[in-house]
Design a protein around this ligand. Structure first.
Ligand code: PEP
Ligand code: MG
Length: 325
């Protein structure tokens, strides 16, 4: 199978119906970057920036971060890298920050909430990204945006930093894309203006699923209790796809489920056109997408939905097993 995946490396994830799905990889370490060539990923759909903060025993300096981000962009050789700003709190605690004693850290003071309340670190990180880009295009996304106002403030912070760097006479990126991660159900129901204002939206399925089903992603007892292919969840995704399409906003899915071939095919059938996953998943996901007609997959999903199924998984597995691929 490894050999078969390697032979697909230069080929697009084009389904039998002609629709192509962009496959990108998730990364977080310099060591992940060589996989960009090996996996055939089109770019980095999610670069988790917390690791550089977690491996140190003090806050990294701006120049250090800028050097790391520049190396990431160099390694990407012009491919898009979506840098996700610091997502700390919840399961990720910085050793040099005062621990917060919170009863429910996953729903607590985390991610963009910290970034907006104490903007020093966020601004430093944005400066590092702008300097690292050194004129090249830059793509930034904010984690855990729950409402339009949070995105508007985060976006304004980027624009301010760009002005500041410009005033200091530094080169600023030729193009800056500012996106939001959709990880709380509330954002799916934000006003239209949010979807128009965001340059792109990326679904953080790990968190989105946890909050959609109210099932702690860290809790072994419940984390697999609800199926991603549950009709409620797929219907919810379909609504997000429709809202982004109406606003003309590119949408991707970057949670772990994007790397599971059956899930990936179901997401593509619901209208997702960009998936980001761990590099090793790109081969298997591409292989399956290339074997199916997404309109047929959609028909299987719609039929299972109409018949009142809880999850479309059995119907989809059954249909796939009859494709003889
Ligand atoms: C997610 O929540 O799906 C996501 C991609 O971010 P993380 O797993 O880092 O929370
Ligand atoms: Mg998340």
């Amino acid at each position: 199978a490894q050999k078969r995946y390697a032979s697909l490396r230069g080929l697009p994830a084009q389904a039998m119906c002609g629709t192509t799905v962009g496959l990108h990889m998730n990364a977080g370490l310099m060591a992940d970057l060589p996989s960009l060539e090996g996996s055939g990923a089109e770019g980095v759909g999610l670069f988790r920036t917390e690791l550089q903060f977690l491996v140190r025993n003090q806050m990294p300096r701006r120049a250090e971060l800028a050097a790391i981000y520049a190396r990431v962009m160099d390694a990407a050789r012009g491919r898009r890298v979506a840098f996700r700003t610091l997502d700390i709190g919840s399961d990720k605690v910085l050793p040099y920050m005062k621990p917060q004693d919170e009863p429910n850290p996953a729903m607590g003071w985390r991610a963009i909430r910290v970034g907006l309340d104490k903007p020093g670190v966020l601004r430093m990180q944005l400066q590092a990204l702008i300097r690292a880009a050194d004129g090249r295009p830059l793509s930034v996304m904010f984690p855990f945006i729950a409402e339009r106002a949070e995105f508007a403030s985060a976006r304004a912070t980027v624009l301010n930093e760009l002005d500041r760097e410009r005033a200091l006479g530094r080169r600023v990126p030729e193009k800056v894309e500012i996106g939001a991660m959709l990880e709380t159900p509330s954002l799916a129901f934000a006003p239209d203006s949010f979807f128009r204002e965001a340059d792109f939206v990326s679904i953080g399925g790990n968190d989105l699923k946890q909050f959609f089903f109210a099932a702690d992603r860290e809790n072994e007892r419940v984390r697999r209790r609800y199926d991603t292919l549950n009709v409620s969840f797929l219907t919810f995704l379909e609504q997000i796809v429709a809202r982004c399409a109406a606003a003309g906003t590119p949408l991707s899915f970057c949670g772990e489920d994007a790397g599971r071939p059956i899930e990936a095919v179901a997401f593509a059938a619901m209208g997702l056109r960009m998936l980001s996953m761990r590099p090793a998943s790109i081969g298997p996901v591409k292989a399956l997408i290339r074997q199916v007609d997404l309109r047929e997959v959609r028909a299987v999903i719609d039929r299972a939905r109409a018949e009142g199924a809880e999850t479309v998984r059995p119907a989809l597995m059954d249909w796939l097993s009859r494709q003889g691929g």
